[in-house]
Design a protein around this ligand. Structure first.
Ligand SMILES: Nc1ncnc2c1ncn2[C@@H]1O[C@H](COP(=O)(O)OP(=O)(O)OP(=O)(O)O)[C@@H](O)[C@H]1O
Length: 789
């Protein structure tokens, strides 16, 4: 084994594994082991929706009050732990075999899955008196390897998911300058030390030829971003990390703090420090609910000190190989329905991210199962979520996968349990390649101190004895048999000569080696100087890159902050939009109500108006009919008068009958001249008789005419009633007119002026001779000028 020379990988690079590949089909595969752990009911009187049928089968009973009634369904598990099962039972059954694998250099993934508050964290962590799987794993591990641990920092993480081995002196140096951040992490963790009860369990039959180193890392996936719970470089703000593939195509968290621990207490301190940073929150269903998926990684690295050759002698292993096993304990955040948790804002965003990642896990499982059943090659969408991406290797055959389904039997959890059980059903059908011990080639770190310093392996080299030839026999001189003694002496001389020759040879060899060594040393020295300058430039480059990456990280952090604030703003906006929508809906409702009310009123009004219109129409029709009848009667009378006038041309009215005429006129009836008393008088026009005096007889008070043309009567006397003969016989009066008003068929008012001459009779009376009728009508058709006749 060469600790100072150049590293050459001894094992071929592992090809990317794929479950559907033909080579994989030849490998032995095991289904994902799915266990179930039932927790106790919170309230003893509560009804249960889970019925145990056997130690491996349970039935999910649909509660009668469920919105959708479903048939009872059966689900099979590798084993079901009832609420009476102790933490130790769960550990012994599930985690102990994984620990055995870990010490054989095999990987294992154990995750808890279930509804929020169903006991996932309790199963994995527990409490000091009922330690869960994680503390039991740590205790059992150190109980088993305590005596066989490598000196601290002999094996170091190379920050790229691999390891390198360095000399003891360098390891001591590193111990002295122990990472400050780790110290402070420890300090933080040691503030309130949590000590879990150690029951002394250990793994039997570990390989005692190996030196063991244990490494711990603790990360969380929060809102689909990976954070290192042990990284203190960002102060209180957790640093987001990216996922990378190492040279062997294994996924790892870039730049994750992977701390070597030498005892269980140190591991617990780190766990507690990380636990304080883990995102927990209070929800309606769990006072301390995990808001992120947390992954606690234990890596055990084994360095083979020596191997035994066929003669049973200890020889240094020919290859630079480390056996590396990893156990990932994953506490998944609980699946939850927002209508039950009534989460809002940040909690709601967390819940949706949790549910999304769990959905991605389910998707991947479904596709893996489908590929296996149909021998298909559908792409498994590991990259959809960090949770699936980080565990890609496990599903592609890099380790054993086990799952504990935690379930609360409460009827309230029925719907969620149904989904969890379906997921478990899918998972138990997925098969993964049985893991093999993993050997990783390691680099030896160039020693910072003098090259004479021994590593655990160079120590073994030094103990190999130098052989100068045959052993020098014990010479016993026998003076009684001098020949024997001489023979012995000769033999001795021969041996001494051979040894001398051997010694000379060795001396020459040593000298040659010394020369070669010196030459090599000189070469190495120049190489060293070269390397130092290379290292310096690499360091400078590294510093630059580090600065760049720090800047980038700061930027990422700022962007994340911005993203977070945008997210919270978005949530607020969504809330306010929802409120505004509610308000709008309320207002719309009110508006609609008002509109309906108004419509009703309108309809009422319309009905009322229609009724009124009808009434008015009726009234108008009656009035019109009445007026028409009256007019018709008048026109008849008038016609008769005209006819008479036309026939006889003149009517002489005797003085005595004036009264009767007047009385007829006063009765507002058209005057009917008496045939025998008619006097023939030539037609006279008003315009021709200047200075005439008119007796204007308005039987009723007329409607104001408002016309432009008025009957031209310069001198007139208006009377409403003719009561005595002198009203007519007055000598100054020569003209008589009777004014009557009536409505025509269109309802327009028509004024008729019946004109007559007053002629004195020889008997001292007067005769009234009607000779003209003047009609005054006012019409107002829209858009047409008013007509007057
Ligand atoms: N088997 C059990 N025995 C006793 N107590 C239990 C058991 N399972 C859970 N509990 C208790 O129930 C509570 C909720 O459990 P826990 O926090 O482990 O739930 P969870 O599934 O991790 O929830 P979340 O997903 O919200 O983080 C805790 O107080 C825990 O102590």
């Amino acid at each position: 084994m060469n600790f100072g020379g150049k590293f050459t990988p001894k094992t071929p690079r592992r090809e990317k594994t794929n479950l559907s590949s033909s080579s994989d089909s030849e490998k032995v595969k095991d289904p994902v082991s799915v266990f179930c752990r039932l927790r106790n009911l919170r309230d003893e009187n509560e009804a249960s929706c889970i019925k145990l049928m056997s130690p491996t089968v349970l039935s999910l009973i649909c509660p009668s009050e469920s919105r959708v009634l479903r048939k009872d369904t059966h689900y099979a598990f590798k084993h079901i732990f009832t609420s009476y099962a102790s933490q130790k039972e769960v550990f012994d059954h599930i985690a102990y075999p994984l620990l055995e694998d870990l010490l054989r250099g095999k990987n294992g993934l154990l995750f808890t899955y279930g509804v929020t508050g169903s006991g996932k964290t309790y199963t994995l962590t527990g409490d000091p008196y009922n330690p869960g799987i994680m503390p039991r794993c740590i205790d059992t591990l150190f109980n088993s390897i305590a005596e066989h641990q490598a000196q601290k920092y002999i094996i170091k993480s190379d920050k790229m998911n691999g390891f390198e081995v360095q000399s003891e002196a360098d390891a001591r140096d590193d111990c002295l300058h122990e990472n400050r951040s780790t110290k402070s992490l420890r300090k933080k963790g040691s503030g309130d030390k949590v000590l879990y009860t150690n029951d002394g369990t250990s793994i039997l039959g570990i390989n005692e030829r190996n030196l063991y180193s244990v490494f711990i890392s603790y990360i969380e996936i929060y809102n689909n971003t990976v954070y290192d719970l042990l990284d203190e470089s960002g102060g209180k703000v957790l640093q987001s990390k990216i996922l990378r593939e190492d040279s062997q195509k294994n996924m790892y968290v870039n730049g994750v703090v992977e701390q070597e621990v030498k005892c269980a207490a140190e591991a617990f301190e780190l766990f507690n420090a990380g636990q304080k940073r883990k995102r927990m929150g209070h929800t309606l269903l769990n006072a301390e609910s995990s808001r992120s998926h947390s992954i606690f990684n234990i890596r055990v690295v084994q360095l083979e000190q020596y191997v035994l050759n066929s003669n049973g002698e200890r020889v240094i292993p020919a290859q630079n190989l480390l056996k590396v096993g990893q156990l990932s304990l994953v506490d998944l955040a609980g699946s939850e329905r927002s209508n039950r948790t009534q989460n809002t804002g940040m909690r709601l965003k967390e819940a949706s991210s949790i549910n999304n990642s769990l959905m991605s896990l389910r998707n991947c499982m479904e596709i893996l199962r489908e590929n296996q059943i149909n021998n298909g090659s559908r792409l498994v969408p590991y990259r959809e979520s960090r949770l699936t991406h980080i565990f890609k290797n496990y599903f592609e055959g890099e380790g054993r996968v086990e799952m504990i389904v935690c379930a609360s039997p409460s009827v309230l959890d029925y719907e969620e349990n149904l989904q969890v059980m379906k997921f478990a059903d899918i998972a138990s059908d997925v098969k993964v390649v049985r893991p093999e011990s993993r050997f990783t080639p390691y680099k030896t770190k160039a020693s910072k101190s003098k090259p004479t310093v021994e590593t655990p392996i160079t120590k073994i080299k030094a103990t190999a004895p130098l052989v100068f030839g045959p052993k020098i026999p014990l010479l016993k001189l026998n003076f009684e048999n001098i020949d024997d003694s001489i023979g012995g002496i000769r033999n001795l001389v021969k041996i001494i000569q051979t040894r001398k020759q051997k010694s000379l040879l060795l001396n020459r060899e040593i000298n040659a080696k010394d020369r070669a060594f010196r030459k090599r040393l000189a070469e190495m020295n120049s190489e060293y100087t070269l390397k130092i300058s290379e290292l310096k430039s690499a360091q400078q480059q590294y510093k630059k890159e580090k600065k760049k990456s720090q800047n980038l990280e700061v930027k990422v952090l700022e962007l994340e902050k911005m993203n977070d604030s945008l997210d919270s703003k978005n949530v607020q906006l969504v809330d306010s939009i929802r409120n505004l929508r509610c308000n709008l809906d309320e207002k719309d409702l009110k508006l609609n109500q008002n509109l309906m009310e108004r419509e009703k009123q309108k309809q009422k009004m319309a009905l009322k108006q229609e009724k009124m219109n009808q009434e008015l129409d009726d009234k108008l029709r009656r009035q019109r009919d009445h007026l028409n009848a009256a007019m018709r009667a008048k026109e008849d009378k008038l016609k008769r008068v005209r006819d008479l006038l036309d026939e006889e041309h003149a009517v002489v009215v005797a003085a005595t009958p004036t009264k009767s005429v007047v009385s007829e006129v006063s009765n507002n009836k058209p005057p009917v001249p008496h045939r025998s008393r008619h006097v023939a008088v030539a037609n006279r026009r008003r315009s021709k008789s200047v200075g005439e005096v008119w007796l204007e007889h308005n039987s009723v008070k007329p409607v104001p005419l408002g016309t432009v043309m008025q009957p031209s009567m310069n001198k007139r006397k208006s009377v409403s009633k003719l009561s005595k003969a002198s009203d007519i016989t007055h000598p100054k009066q020569s003209k008589y007119c009777l004014i009557a008003q009536e409505a025509d068929t269109d309802g327009e008012v028509e004024t008729k002026v019946y004109k007559a001459d007053i002629l004195p009779t020889c008997g001292g009376g007067a005769q009234v001779i009607f000779n003209d009728v003047e009609r005054l009508r006012q019409e107002s058709p829209v858009g047409t000028p008013q007509k007057y006749t």
